[in-house]
Design a protein around this ligand. Sequence first.
Ligand SMILES: C[S@@+](CC[C@H](N)C(=O)[O-])C[C@H]1O[C@@H](n2cnc3c(N)ncnc32)[C@H](O)[C@@H]1O
Length: 387
Amino acid sequence: MRYIGNKTKLLSFIASYLDELDLYGGRALDAFAGTTAVARLLKARGFAVDTCDIMSLSYVFQRAYVVADEYPKFAGLADDADLRTAKLTPQFRLLVESRLRGQGDLFSGAPDLQPLEETLVYLDTYLEPLSSFIDLNFAASESPVEGQRMYFSRPNAQRIDAIRHKLHDWWSAGLVTEEEFFILLTALLEAADSVANTAGVYAAFVKAWQSNAMKPLRLCAPDIVVGTGLKCSAHCGDIVELVGRLGRLDLLYLDPPYNTRQYSAYYHVPELIAEGWFGAELPTLRGKTGLIDDSQKKSAWSTRDGCVPALEQLLQGVDATHVLLSYNNEGIIPEKEIESCFRRYGVPSTYRRTGREYKRYRADRDSDARQYSGDHVTEFLYYVRLR
Ligand SMILES: C[S@@+](CC[C@H](N)C(=O)[O-])C[C@H]1O[C@@H](n2cnc3c(N)ncnc32)[C@H](O)[C@@H]1O
């Protein structure tokens, strides 16, 4: 998913720094997990990973991409009559085979991936579109009517609604396990983001249809890390409140927000899809972009007054051997504060910092061009060994 601050393009930088520090295996915490790009790297390096984030959408990713350790089998869906009927059609088998071939896995990994691809084919091709919360509130016609929020084309919004309702029904009826549910929800979040009519964040929709938004929504199998045997766990909430309860860690990896933009206001639409709208009351929406109540998700790390005390509290509360922090040269925590905090809570002689210049994430450049000097930022890794 397109996500501000995601570290996908910096993974080799982070991995080579972990190599340099000789950090493999043990127990790690990715405290600001976001898309889980770094948590997946840590799991692949043999760490049992705990993950945390204040956003529900990240919790969905954490469960699918980090906690799940095997491909879903969907045994419970044998009881779903519609799916059974769909499977009997000749087209169904052809679609599944073509998707498995597309994975390059028809012969090797096919048996493992087949139940997932079958379920995705059913959700992608056999569900009737449904006009529900996303269609009614976040979609517009091809020639939009005044007041419509142009986040999704109506056909895509109705497919998002149909799939989200079906996942909720399967979950409520106990037909899918928790991991199966989160893997399917991840596929939906990723697919919806790729057809969203935004410049990367949901703080605004683009006022004309972009080509990606006109493509039909397509679910793809999430790329999960399987067969490690590592016990990972996911958390949704404020890391400062959680960290004291986690016990001993070998590595604490920190990638907090860099600026004063609250993630909850930038990703409210995927957050809604992640949380659903199946409570006693429908979510209340505000303003032109349909913001939801995010009073519980405001982060001190995105405030100038709150970020340094939050870093201090976190380092004070954690029981870890190594701390690694990603932060860039435009972040709101002054570099001197990071250094002084790290030296105070860690072994001062072990403190170090390394940097790499990289191309700015597109949505940053689009929305805040005036504040920045160029197209490149320097991304730093700060390290200290704790006392
Ligand atoms: C820079 S992003 C992390 C990106 C992530 N490393 C990735 O590769 O996708 C910062 C994340 O911190 C989360 N966050 C902000 N305040 C938080 C808090 N108090 N506790 C936990 N997570 C928080 C945001 O929701 C956001 O996902």
